[in-house]
Design a protein around this ligand. Structure first.
Ligand code: GLN
Length: 202
């Protein structure tokens, strides 16, 4: 079974861990570069992306995570984690000059809080390309992918906005699959993590 790491600096990492363990995978909480050793996949959880970006700098994790991806490791960002993957982030707080660092691994621009504030959080049955029935998607101050480059494929839209992308061994969801009991997307990510990405279809 693939070994999956969950970035455990902040946010909903325990929920990912619980779901992955229910599927029989071994989970490593990642806080330091050394924690990435031997992993097949890495999940960047939801939470608060500016806080997570700050902690990635503190813990010296930006380059090790880029290297993990370059070495063939699969990465899945959910919500704030998806923001961290993008090549450009819009809607960063003014106190940061409207700029926010990211991993630049996903060929897309991400708009933070694209569906409004906390009070506009919602759950919706989301049609996802490749799934027989809609996925119960939980959107919490969710981002959306406002510009999607040629390298990335859109697997789901909500209200006309792209909310799920796949680019080779990278998966990004604007919503929180770890807050449901539906394990289909985690199962898909486990398959991405063990096989060569091109051979895996959702
Ligand atoms: N709005 C948050 C951010 O920009 C993400 C919210 C979430 O992960 N649920 O970081």
């Amino acid at each position: 079974p693939p070994r999956i790491g969950v970035l455990a600096l902040q946010g909903a990492f325990r929920e990912h861990r619980r779901l992955l363990e229910s599927l029989g995978s071994t989970v490593q909480e990642v806080r330091l570069p050394a924690d990435l050793a031997g992993l097949d996949g890495l999940i960047l959880p939801g939470g608060e992306s500016t806080t997570m970006a700050h902690l990635l700098t503190e813990y010296g994790l930006w380059e090790p995570i880029r290297g993990f991806s370059a070495g063939g490791g699969a990465i899945w960002g959910t919500c704030a984690g998806a923001i961290l993957l993008a090549r450009e982030v819009r809607g960063a707080p003014p106190q940061f000059g409207g700029r926010q660092d990211s991993l630049y691994l996903l060929d897309a621009t991400v708009q933070r809080n694209a569906f409004g504030r906390q009070i506009n959080s919602f759950a919706a049955p989301l049609p996802v390309q490749g799934l027989d029935t809609p996925f119960p998607a939980v959107f919490i101050r969710a981002p959306a992918f406002s510009e999607v480059g040629a390298a990335a494929a859109v697997l789901a839209h909500w209200e006309g906005q792209a909310v799920m992308l796949r680019q080779g061994n990278i998966l990004a969801t604007a919503f929180h699959p770890e807050l449901t009991n539906d394990s289909r997307l985690h199962e898909f990510f486990l398959k991405m993590a063990v096989k060569s990405p091109e051979s895996v279809q959702i």
